[in-house]
Write a protein that binds this ligand. Sequence first.
Ligand SMILES: Cc1cc2nc3c(=O)[nH]c(=O)nc-3n(C[C@H](O)[C@H](O)[C@H](O)COP(=O)(O)OP(=O)(O)OC[C@H]3O[C@@H](n4cnc5c(N)ncnc54)[C@H](O)[C@@H]3O)c2cc1C
Length: 463
Amino acid sequence: MIKCIYSRPVLPRYLLLRMMGTSASRAVVGGQANLPPASLDFTDPGAFKVKSWTELLRALGVFCFCSFPTLVNNSMKLMTVTRTVLGRRAFSFIVRPTIYSQFVAGENETQISESMDKMKRLGLRPMLAVPIEEDLGESIGEKRYDDNMDAMLECVKMSHSNSWSAEPMMQLKITALISADLCVKITKIIAQQPFDLNQVVRAMDGEKITFPGLDDAELAHFSFGLQRLNKIAEASVNKVRVLVDAEYTYMNPALSVVTMAMMKKFNRDSAWIWNTYQCYLKESRSLLLEALNLSQKEGFCLGVKLVRGAYMDKERKLAEKEGRPDPIHKCWEDTNDSYNSSLDMMLKAISQQPQRYKIIVASHNEESVKLAVTWMDELGIDRGGESVCFGQLLGMCDHVSLTLAKEGYAIYKSVPYGSIDDTLPYLVRRAQENRTILRGIRKERDLMKQELKRRLGLRRSSS
Ligand SMILES: Cc1cc2nc3c(=O)[nH]c(=O)nc-3n(C[C@H](O)[C@H](O)[C@H](O)COP(=O)(O)OP(=O)(O)OC[C@H]3O[C@@H](n4cnc5c(N)ncnc54)[C@H](O)[C@@H]3O)c2cc1C
């Protein structure tokens, strides 16, 4: 058997040149190159006609709260104090109809179904996300990871068994199934020595794994974690596409190894397992090239979630503290260039082999969305096809999502669900990570205000 040694990025020259050729053929520098099709208008408040009064007023109130950085930064403390002072019931009475309803689909299958049916009527597709995650030093016992696996298996079932969307998708966080501390250790090990990807694939079926530098307890946990992931992947193949999240640079290489092993095992005929590429990282383009290269060499299909990246502040602070170079591009424009050139690379690959490659343009950035749409047109990629789709977070940038849906593009909303207790810490983390977008939701707020004025007869309808 050919031994697949996966080491970090050594790209064959032919592939590098081919990919560079594709992006050089378009003006992507500075990014916002071509004009969008005239029909994609993100300034039309008419997108919000489908929203009820309650939804409009709630969104306005929540966005107003989120526009104060001090409130967002201290939201966990604020909520803990409010819950202590008011008690759990009164706290829930305030939070449930506001922040919770804005960003969370519900607590049980009935509530989630209601939200999903509504979404379906608006032409939006759900991408369910179980709100569990772990950072360094938060390691939990094996039993808890098994419970997390059960929650994810339930998520696969819910995503598949309900007819909420064609091509159902869900998000998966590997650190909910394998300890973050172990992922950090594996990241350090593979930075120094190559490893056998086939061994990781075989360990998913329970074969004993040997990994230099890990002790017996760590090997046992790694093996259990891989088997948990195997169960989820087996349950989802041919049913639900599983999009693995990218997290921090100090653990991402380990997450990628595990994801690549899953891809190698399960993506033979189609991309059921996808990986995430964070374009704020200086190395993101070479990581994507490396993945394209590996997928060709190993004969698996590649699914890509393309994001700018959510952990910029923490990554920078950590790099500074540890005295190493900042892994993030030096400015937003460089991140844009990186996003656009990766987008260009993937769209080109998709236009040539739509069965092998898939992408979700997971961004709230209107220019990125317009660029993707323009390039899809140029390359003749079908907007209703399943190779290119778009993604935004539930409760955010609905003017972009609804406009895309109206024009027939496949658009997914990332949808967390669960109890208030389970989802609030997740929401607080997301809000703090996405501070830049929350500060920039002024446009969405203005469009909603215009729609409210139209309903109150204070402004003539644009339609
Ligand atoms: C469906 C979905 C799934 C997601 N999954 C993940 C995931 O797995 N992992 C993850 O990390 N994020 C994930 N995200 C979050 C995503 O990274 C953020 O939503 C994103 O960073 C915001 O970028 P934007 O393109 O939406 O908005 P924009 O406002 O265009 O961009 C803001 C982003 O640009 C970058 N940026 C801002 N200022 C600078 C600067 N000075 N220098 C360099 N870069 C800068 C940062 O990444 C910042 O978040 C996901 C988002 C969605 C919608």
